[in-house]
Design a binder for this molecule. Structure first.
Ligand code: C2O
Length: 577
């Protein structure tokens, strides 16, 4: 009998395996889904800080709808513009492989959706997991038009950490007691810096510390002992933010939809555009604790919104419900506004979970200065239009080019249809003049030149960019965002980048993969990526005030060989100018 069973068992296993493999191969490779959404851009009355403003929203929601998908899924989002402004939607951090037409930046990959018109964005999430977001990419509309994009692992796959009990997106935003479009228009007219915001918000609410806000403060419920995932997004327009929760440690597990080697900290720093996923364990006495965010303001002497937004982490446990309503939440002590040491310690702690495939050979070695500038008052212009420092107008540039968006064609359309005269492919790969970037910059070097100048990359080229901050007018931290790509951040430092000294500091083992790098105030950051996504991709400072002044450029990535390395044809409903 025994010997018989010994023969039968392997046979059964073999048969079973055969049947299983047969079914597995006849099933579709994944159970990827298509998510259809309708976004209606419309003006909606929103009351904050005791006053109501007609606010541009998606579907009347502020912030807009949270989209939840799995890695591998396809999104089909039909955007109808019922507002009185032009609009586009950008899927911040989505790689958009071969679908640059769906990326969204106005006049870069599409012309705006005019009032009354529609456009449907179609794209697939490929190999990204974690938290991203979407936002308007036209003028300053993203001040109120934004929402979370949550990407979970493929069905059947799991997180590389214990499954959290609950998941909560926390969108940090910025609120003006005015129409943000009027704020930027006034700045464009005067040449001065735009007014700073009146409040920061968490999921649309300023919180207890502001007038008329207390009863609407966001509550994040927890139960004692459970571990939850918080997906934190800095969707503020113009401000890097520190983030803290009283008495609780945060275990960072991801950023910009890439996993990280977990590490524990009490404070986060996020630049606009960046996301951070953290685990939090409810291991404190049953009570209420403030979740708080306020500015990391690195520019010396520049005005900023110095208020603090709060939400409340509330233990749900029964005895608390009675007791906690009376007691005040515990407030965390936030870093001081100019605490660059804390900001740097945070960004330097980020590591990929394991050894990654960083390109070691480099085909394109770029050195790009990023910073402010000042334009002399144009001849014949009125002093009213030159209210920047000493009668100038504010400007900003990359390698001295202050980027100007086209207006008759998008860059992508001009590239694909070979329309001449829209842009030139001559962004200098190095600063046109070398100077002491972070020292005392001479007045003569302050004026950037306007232009629509992009940089061309061959498909598959391995690119390194040294992003060098400048101290023209004032040094500050710049969140530099690249569309269509994630890049490895190899190193950062202060002062002028020195290849002889600083190359030795490159992390070629486990650097973090991100879409937005915080270039330190008066310092530099080195990034690398492989140009494997054809299209035209904007790279810019994610402080909207700086993109308004021209702190941007674009990479034109050529097609490679064959269909899989070629940009898809434009959709039939692509808005034209
Ligand atoms: Cu989130 Cu071009 O931006």
């Amino acid at each position: 009998m025994d010997s018989f069973r010994n023969i039968v068992n392997p046979l059964c296993t073999f048969l079973f395996l055969g049947i299983f493999l047969h079914f597995a191969s006849s099933m579709p490779r994944t159970n990827a889904k298509t998510h259809n959404h309708d976004f209606v851009i419309q003006a909606t009355p929103v009351k904050r800080l005791c006053k109501t403003h007609n606010t541009i929203t998606v579907n009347g929601m502020y912030p807009g709808p949270t989209l939840e998908v799995n890695n591998g899924d396809t999104l089909v989002v039909k955007v109808t513009n019922k507002a009185r402004y032009n609009v586009t939607i950008h899927w911040h951090g989505v790689r958009q492989m071969r679908t640059a037409w769906a990326d969204g930046p106005e006049f870069v990959t599409q012309c705006p959706i005019r009032p009354g018109n529609t456009y449907t964005y179609r794209f697939t999430i490929q190999g990204q997991e974690g938290t991203l977001w979407w936002h308007a990419h036209s003028s300053w509309l993203r001040a109120t038009v934004y929402g979370a994009l949550i990407i979970r692992p493929r069905p059947g796959d799991s997180y590389p950490f214990p499954k959290p009990k609950r998941e909560t997106p926390l969108l940090l935003g910025e609120w003006w007691d005015a129409n943000p479009i009027d704020v930027v228009r006034q700045a464009t007219r005067t040449g001065a810096a735009p007014n700073v915001s009146n409040a920061y918000i968490i999921n649309g609410q300023p919180g207890d510390l502001y007038n008329c806000s207390k009863k609407d403060t966001i509550i994040v419920p927890v139960n004692s002992g459970e571990t939850n995932l918080l997906r934190i997004i800095n969707s503020a327009l113009n401000q890097q933010l520190f983030f803290k929760i009283a008495n609780h440690k945060l275990t960072v597990v991801g950023a910009d939809a890439s996993y990280l080697k977990p590490f524990t900290t009490s404070v986060l720093m996020l630049g606009p555009g960046q996301t951070t996923d953290v685990l939090i364990t409810a291991d404190q006495p049953t009570a209420k604790y403030y979740i708080a965010a306020r500015a990391y303001a690195s520019a010396q002497g520049a005005p900023f919104d110095n208020t603090t937004t709060t939400a409340i982490l509330e233990y749900e446990t029964a005895p608390c419900l009675a007791k906690c309503t009376s007691t005040k939440p515990v407030m965390p002590s936030l870093p001081t506004f100019n605490d660059t040491a804390t900001a740097t310690a945070f960004t330097k702690s980020l590591r990929s979970p394991r050894k990654v495939d960083v390109p070691t050979e480099i085909d394109e070695n770029l050195f790009i200065t990023v910073g402010l500038g000042l334009k002399n008052c144009p001849r014949g212009a009125s002093r009213r239009n030159c209210q920047g420092p000493n009668g100038t107008r504010f400007a900003a540039s990359m390698n001295n080019v202050s980027f100007v968006l086209p207006s008759k064609f998008s860059l992508l359309q001009a590239h694909q249809q070979r329309i001449p005269g829209v842009f030139t492919s001559d962004l200098p790969p190095n600063p046109p003049r070398k100077f002491d970037y972070t020292g005392n910059v001479s007045r003569l070097l302050r004026q950037p030149a306007r232009g629509t100048r992009v940089y061309k990359l061959k498909y598959g080229s391995r690119v390194q960019i040294v992003l060098q901050g400048t101290s023209i007018f004032t040094a500050e931290n710049h969140p530099i965002h690249l569309h269509g790509y994630d890049f490895y951040i190899l190193a950062e430092g202060f002062g002028n980048f020195n290849p002889n000294r600083d190359t030795a500091k490159f992390n070629l083992i486990d650097p973090p993969l991100r879409n937005t790098a915080s270039v330190p105030v008066g310092g530099w950051t080195v990034i690398r990526f492989v140009a494997d996504n054809p299209g035209v991709w904007l790279m810019h400072c994610h402080l909207d005030v700086h993109i308004t002044w021209g702190l941007a450029t674009a990479f034109l990535v050529e097609n490679g060989v064959g269909e899989l390395q070629t940009l898809e044809p434009p959709p039939a409903d692509l808005p034209l100018c």
